[in-house]
Ligand binder design. Sequence first.
Ligand code: GLY
Length: 385
Amino acid sequence: MKPDVIIVGGGLIGLASAWKSRIKGMAVTVVDPHFGKGTSHVAAGMLAPVTEAHYGEEEVVRINSASAAMYPSFVEELEEASSQQVGYRDTGTLVVAGDPSDRAALTELVEFHQSLGLDSEWIAPTEARRLEPSLAPSIAGAILAQGDHQVDNRRLISALIEANRRAGTELITGSVKEFEVSKDKLKGVLLDNGARLESDNFLLAAGVWSNTIPGIPEPVQPTVRPVKGQSARLHFTSASHSQGAIFPRYTLRALVKGVHVYMVPRESGEMVLGATMEERGFDTSVTAGGLYELLRNARQIFPGITELELSETIAGLRPATPGNLPLLGASGIPGLTIATGHGRNGVLLTPLTAEVISDYLTKGELSWVLEVCSTDRYKQDAQSG
Ligand code: GLY
């Protein structure tokens, strides 16, 4: 029997949309060559509507804030459905200024945050170090964003796979080789093992790979491009402790001579250090220079990092769009819905995306989010320009 929807892509966006659509009554199949091992696996798990707010991106801030507000109940429901914990942590975030020029940029940023009504305040170096004793004495102050939280993205993937299994979603490990479009309607997908899957509805949620699968006419393909991020995972060990290192409690972000770096400390003693922003196509190599720059800038504000054990280096590809809003909703081809282009905010936008996409697939409901993130916004821009 044909499923009600076939989802191409088993990262956080595909898996969460599958789970929500299944709960709302659809028969769902998800296809992915390596479930949860793409961008979602490399991510750091910051839930940061404030500290990811960029000038001129008010609509991105609006959807990020809406999804952040959904996180506690999303996590509660998912942990119950999967019997797994996902490491949601509501300790806030500090954005630290490395030197006086970074302080000038960050104090301006606080004003921008406050103009949008976001919870953001400037704190002096002594106050920042009182809150977070792991910070270097040389810091020049910090932004405190109490509402920017974190989740363990790898545990989130695992819980979503389990919740889908329990709910009866079909998870097929395989690569989609081609979309079969006939008479301007998407009819099926061909897999690399020769299998053909049919449905009346497809959701394309393959992140940065969403426009690499043949068969979808060029004007309908989502305008995503890969933006590489190199990162590392480190661990606080008993040796780190005996060397006097203090493990941070807050998520630490910093501007160091104008360059951004972040460190996300987990309850387990793991720390995610990230991340570069590089336009290098599909290259996922980790370079000495990339890692050196991250560690050098991180050490400037958290000197104890040099005592942590380095356990993993990895690079991932963010699915970026012009304007940094995701692409959500109807594609222009009947039967094909799109959910991709989440850029730096895929983990954060998972609950909101899953909710609006599953409402659209099950009831045809068009929320304000689908209007803001419409896939034809470039055509509208072109017409009005
Ligand atoms: N959300 C953090 C990053 O994309 O590096």
